[in-house]
Design a protein around this ligand. Sequence first.
Ligand code: HEM
Length: 114
Amino acid sequence: MINSRKIEYSEVQKHNTKNDCWVIINDQIYDLTNQKKFHPVGESYINIFAGKDATWFFNLNPIHYKSEIRDILRGLKVGNLIRKEGQKIPDNKITIIPLLILIFIVLSYYFLFI
Ligand code: HEM
């Protein structure tokens, strides 16, 4: 199968910049370096997960389950994550708390004043 290369977490972690941005989603690894520029709500959401696991945050938003998005992701896949026994791969739930607060503030502003 194309792009089913097995990749270790340590390799994903090296691609952790804006210009070299790999992200783990559901144990698959994607190169979002170019695609993130077209992200409708901005690339910063994706940049914070460069070289990391974004599964939890990505799956929070049902819009991401659309077939168009799955098709785009299929073309950007670099490989499958190998989980070594006992290895801990952070799920980054804490990383997104400031973002959730920001979204909450923006939504509150919207409902209160607009
Ligand atoms: C690390 C990966 C990603 C993260 C963390 C992320 C995060 C987000 C967030 C926070 C939103 C806004 C949610 C809201 O307003 O309720 C969003 C919306 C969206 N994202 Fe992503 N995203 C990721 C990857 C992608 C990719 C790869 C695509 C497409 C190929 C995509 C397409 C969209 C679309 C179409 C929307 C809806 C925008 C709208 O409401 O009009 N996202 N994403």
